[in-house]
Design a protein around this ligand. Structure first.
Ligand SMILES: NC(=O)c1ccc[n+]([C@@H]2O[C@H](COP(=O)([O-])OP(=O)(O)OC[C@H]3O[C@@H](n4cnc5c(N)ncnc54)[C@H](OP(=O)(O)O)[C@@H]3O)[C@@H](O)[C@H]2O)c1
Length: 288
């Protein structure tokens, strides 16, 4: 298959490119705005019609949650209209689109894991822009996979926006770090998302799916585990409750992936701890 991946310079896009390349697909990885600005409808539609891919995986996005409150125009323009433009381009070519969405479409107030059938209720601009993007994709591209993912980790993408690299840098500088204990999710490895998508897109089972590694963790539990596996003491990592921030965060966004598990019973996501153990091997190599 010939596959276009938007956001290929980012954390998730880079691993998706790798997963599709290693399974023999021809991949055009778009390294951000400088290659194709997804907010420009005409450019997106022309690019897709010229390249004639069999599939577009749309990973480009603006995910700075606090900045999104201050700059809703950029947030909706990139996340919502950018997704709409990709959807229009795919529909025009009658090809499928994979759209990456987020657990931020939920308010996080439920005491049960969220299924694909639970009503979304975003609590910040970022979450709302992602929910509106889902609506645009559903409206404008018939053959869509909408994939919601929670907190992601991986070894690729920009170091400035890869929170594990940032944690390591700050621990090396002797800083004390604070992570919340009252925000639960299933941290998910970008490589596992990529490898799973390779298998999902072989089917025509379009629709909305929750994709996450198994197990649950608070931010504190997750980053402490990563630090330990990377050989750092966790003495400088302190548990805190959510602080006042410009954007409210959803508290508990554990997923119950009813649709995913029933539609793709052979695709089993491993526990996030075992995924971290694999990821740190690559992180260590890259940091050496
Ligand atoms: N990271 C997470 O924990 C997480 C959790 C849930 C959902 N998601 C979703 O997963 C997707 C990928 O996130 P990520 O973590 O990989 O983000 P990331 O590391 O910040 O990468 C974002 C990518 O989008 C590109 N981009 C931004 N604006 C663009 C524009 N106008 N036109 C074209 N490309 C543009 C960036 O490229 P340049 O900056 O080079 O232009 C970069 O390649 C996003 O949709 C995000 O909402 C992420």
């Amino acid at each position: 298959m010939k596959v276009i991946v938007t956001g290929a310079s980012g954390l998730l896009g880079a691993d998706i490119v790798r997963s599709f390349k290693k399974t023999g697909h021809a991949v055009i990885g778009l390294m951000g705005r400088k290659m194709l600005d997804v907010t420009k409808a005409k450019d997106v539609i022309e690019f897709v019609s010229e390249k004639k891919p069999d599939l577009v995986i749309h990973c480009a996005g603006f995910r700075m949650v606090d900045l999104a409150e201050k700059d809703p125009v950029t947030t909706y323009s990139v996340n919502t209209l950018g997704s709409k433009n990709v959807a229009l381009a795919c529909q025009k070519q009658d090809i499928p689109m994979v759209h990456i969405s987020s657990d931020s479409v939920f308010d996080g107030e439920s005491n049960k894991p969220y299924t694909e059938f639970d009503p979304p209720n975003p609590v910040n601009v970022y979450g709302h822009s992602k929910l509106m993007a889902e609506c645009e994709v559903r409206t404008h591209c018939h053959k869509h996979f909408i994939i919601r993912v929670p907190l992601l980790f991986g070894a690729l993408g920009y170091r400035e926006s890869n929170y594990i690299y940032q944690m390591v840098r700050r621990l090396k500088d002797g800083e004390r770090l604070k992570f919340t204990t009252d925000q639960l999710c299933s941290p998910t490895y970008t490589k596992d998302v990529g490898d799973t998508l390779v298998q999902m897109v072989d089917s025509e089972y379009y629709g909305l799916y929750h994709l996450a590694n198994q197990g649950e963790a608070s931010r504190y539990c997750f980053y402490s585990y990563c630090a330990e596996k990377l050989g750092f003491s966790t003495d400088n990592i302190q548990p805190i409750l959510q602080e006042e921030k410009p954007a409210r965060r959803p508290k508990n966004t554990l997923f119950a992936s009813i649709s995913f598990n029933h539609t793709f019973p052979d695709l089993v996501m491993r526990d996030w701890r075992s995924a971290v153990e694999e990821c740190v091997v690559e992180l260590k190599e890259r940091m050496a």
